[in-house]
Design a protein around this ligand. Structure first.
Ligand SMILES: [Zn+2]
Length: 314
């Protein structure tokens, strides 16, 4: 049997993680480098000379006197938690194949449930923003999917009230191998929604392949190349080469989310989908996931709790 090189890659051991990020000083140094890779820059005036106010973990600009903390204007803003707790949360979210629920995170980190929940949702938002910055390229297999609904209303057909529509897209390279994926909640399978989605998530150089559902013409409307393949539906259509990866990933995300989470509130589905995609998109580089996530985290604006709990599509 051929060994699966992704499944058996070394990953980031907990020992190595602790060596790199096991103290407040190490975490602060990592955050500083992610936030200011070419050295400190004052957020007010762009001046590069500063002094470090050790007593308050603040950086003061020499020119304008503005004081910045390492975490201000980032997803970590206003946190009362040690950075080591944040970093451990980043470790668990990125290194577990199927993610980690807020309850498990609470147990591993020794924090309250609301704290674990908030940490997880803030980091999921970072993952989403990180991936959203990179439009998909290559040949993209696109499909319409409904999440959930089966256990609540009794109706399982299309348009059942508890079903949440989302788009699944898998970008493949010249050899037909999957390179990246994006899963996005939409308001409905309407042409205008697809146009909006394609303008944001599909690179101008990409080619999109979908089934014959009329709304997918919205891809062309966004100025992207689009081919529809009429599948006729039924079990045979899911094994078509053109859609093999997107169908595989739809199966995987449903199994993964069902296995890890007791229930998912539909308004938070975008975050859970983003978490799944983030790990997949970086599966060749398990060790680099924490620097990637950290780099994105210091570029993600603060998210007050009340905003975190609001619904968000796209
Ligand atoms: Zn300044």
């Amino acid at each position: 049997m051929k060994q699966n090189s992704i499944q058996f890659q070394k990953g980031l051991s907990l020992a190595t993680f602790l060596e790199n990020y096991g103290s407040e000083e190490k975490c602060a140094a990592a955050l500083f480098n992610w936030r200011w890779p070419v050295g400190f820059t004052c957020p007010e005036c762009d001046h590069t000379h500063y002094c470090h106010l050790h007593s308050r973990a603040m950086y003061q600009c020499y020119r304008c006197g503005h004081q910045t903390s390492l975490t201000s204007q980032t997803i970590f803003a206003g946190t009362k938690l040690p950075l080591t707790t944040w970093f451990l949360a980043m470790y668990f979210l990125t290194q577990q194949k199927n993610g980690i629920s807020a309850v498990e995170l609470m147990r591993h980190l020794g924090v309250s449930y609301p704290t674990a929940w908030s940490l997880k949702h803030k980091l999921m938002q970072v993952m989403k923003e990180c991936d959203d910055r990179h439009p998909l390229t290559g040949v993209i297999q696109l499909d319409d999917v409904y999440w959930g609904g089966e256990h609540h209303g009794g109706k399982t057909g299309r348009g059942s009230p508890n079903k949440v529509p989302f788009l699944a897209a898998v970008a493949t390279n010249g050899e037909g191998h999957p390179i990246a994926m994006r899963m996005s909640k939409v308001k409905g399978f309407r042409k205008s929604e697809i146009t909006l989605w394609a303008s944001k998530h599909v690179d101008a150089s990409a080619i999109v392949v979908s089934d014959g559902l009329a709304c997918f013409n919205g891809v062309t409307e966004a100025g992207r190349e689009h081919h529809s393949i009429v599948t006729g539906g039924g079990p045979a259509s899911v094994t078509l080469d053109e859609f093999i990866w997107v169908n595989t990933m739809i199966g995987n995300v449903k199994n993964s989310l069902a296995g890890t989470y007791h229930a998912i509130n539909e308004k938070h589905l975008p975050g859970y989908l983003a978490e799944f995609c983030f790990r997949f998109n970086r599966r060749f580089k398990l060790e680099a996931m924490i620097p990637r996530l950290g780099y994105a985290a210091v570029r993600t604006p603060p998210m007050p709790f009340r905003f975190l709990r609001m619904a968000e599509a796209h």
